[in-house]
Design a protein around this ligand. Structure first.
Ligand code: FES
Length: 306
C-alpha cells in the first residue's frame, strides 16, 4: 500500500528504539508520581474530566494562535516598516509561551496513559513542541535585549520555532485522527433502540459483572443488592446495564471492579456510574452508553437509553 509522507514519518518514529529509550524513563516517572496517590487529582484535573473534554487540545490553541500572530507581526512590521509591531510580536510571543507551558503539562498527563506504538509518536510531538517553546523563549529574550525592536534575525528565529511547532502539531493531528488517541471509544455505539434479550436472569450473580453482546453492542450487566436506582428490580437486587467498553482507551470494563454504585476501569482507573454510565472519576472525559433494563419471562432485556 502506498503511504504518504506523514505516514512514513510516523512509521519511522514508531520503529525508532531511540525514541523508546528517551520516553521510557519519563513515562515511568510520571506513572509513579501521578497514577495513584496524592497527585492523582492534579492529573485528573489536567486530563480535563471536569470540563468533559480533554484539556490539552483546548490549551494548545493558545500558542498556535499567539505564535501565528507573532510571525504575522514580525513579517508585516519588517516588510511594511511598522516599528510598533515589534512590541505586539513580543506580547504574542510571551502569551504563546505561557499557553505552551500549560498545554505541555496537560499533554503529559494524557501521554502517560497512551500505549505503544502511539506513545512514541506522542513523545516526538512533545519534543518538537518543547523545542519550539524554548526557541520562542530565546526570541523573546532577543526582543527584550533589542528593546522590542523588530529585526530579521529575530524574525528568522521565530520562523524556525514556528516550523517546529507546525511539524509537532501535524503529529498531534495524526495521533488523534489517524491513530485514534483520546477519541471516545463508544462514539459509534448505537442501539439497540428497542428491548432485546440479553441473558437469562438466573445467570446473573449478585455483585458480579457479566459481559454480553446485544445486537453487536458489548453490554455490561451488574446485579447489585441495592433496590434503588435506574436498573430493573430482580428478586432482591437491581440489574444495571452500561456499555462494557471504557470510553477512554477501550478497556474491557468487565475486568474492572464494582465499587458501590460504580464500575472502575482496570487500566487507568476511570469510574462510571452503574445507573447512567456517567463519569464519576477520570482520566476519561466521556461517559459510557447506558441501557434500560427489564425482565420478561425470566429473560433480561435491554435497550439503549437515549
Ligand atoms: S481505558 Fe483508560 S481509564 Fe479505562
Amino acid at each position: 500500500m502506498k503511504r504518504d509522507l506523514s505516514e512514513k514519518i510516523e512509521s519511522s518514529i514508531v520503529s525508532s528504539s531511540l525514541v523508546k529509550k528517551i520516553s521510557a524513563p519519563l513515562d515511568g516517572l510520571l506513572n509513579r508520581m501521578f497514577q495513584s496517590g496524592i497527585l492523582r487529582p492534579l492529573k485528573l484535573f489536567l486530563n480535563g474530566t471536569w470540563i468533559g473534554h480533554p484539556l490539552h487540545p483546548v490549551l494548545k490553541d493558545i500558542p498556535v494562535g499567539a505564535w501565528t500572530f507573532t510571525v504575522i507581526f514580525d513579517l508585516a512590521g519588517l516588510l511594511f516598516n511598522v516599528p510598533s509591531f515589534g512590541l505586539a510580536a513580543s506580547v504574542t510571543t510571551a502569551v504563546g509561551i505561557l499557553g505552551a507551558l500549560g498545554a505541555a503539562v496537560a499533554g503529559l498527563m494524557d501521554w502517560m496513559d497512551v500505549d505503544p506504538p502511539e506513545k512514541s509518536v506522542g513523545a516526538v510531538h512533545a519534543i518538537l513542541n518543547v523545542a519550539a517553546t524554548v526557541i520562542f523563549a530565546v526570541s523573546l529574550f532577543m526582543r527584550w535585549q533589542s528593546q522590542w525592536q523588530l529585526s530579521w534575525t529575530i524574525c528568522i528565529v521565530s520562523l524556525v520555532a514556528y516550523g517546529l511547532m507546525t511539524f509537532g502539531a501535524t503529529l498531534g493531528g495524526a495521533l488523534v485522527y489517524r491513530m485514534g488517541v483520546m477519541i471516545n471509544r463508544n462514539a459509534y455505539a448505537h442501539g439497540p433502540a428497542d428491548f432485546r434479550p440479553a441473558i437469562a436472569a438466573a445467570k446473573l450473580v449478585e455483585g458480579q459483572m457479566t459481559r454480553v453482546d446485544v445486537d453487536g453492542q458489548p453490554v455490561l450487566l451488574v446485579k447489585t443488592s441495592s433496590a434503588a436506582g435506574a436498573g430493573s428490580a430482580s428478586g432482591t437486587g437491581t440489574i444495571f446495564a452500561i456499555g462494557a467498553v471504557c470510553s477512554h482507551y477501550g478497556a474491557p470494563l468487565n475486568e474492572g471492579k464494582v465499587e458501590g454504585d460504580c464500575v472502575r476501569c482496570p487500566w487507568h482507573g476511570s469510574r462510571f456510574a452503574l445507573a447512567d454510565g456517567a463519569v464519576r472519576e477520570g482520566p476519561t472525559c466521556t461517559p459510557v452508553p447506558s441501557y434500560e433494563v427489564r425482565i420478561v419471562k425470566d429473560q433480561v432485556e435491554v435497550k439503549m437509553r437515549v
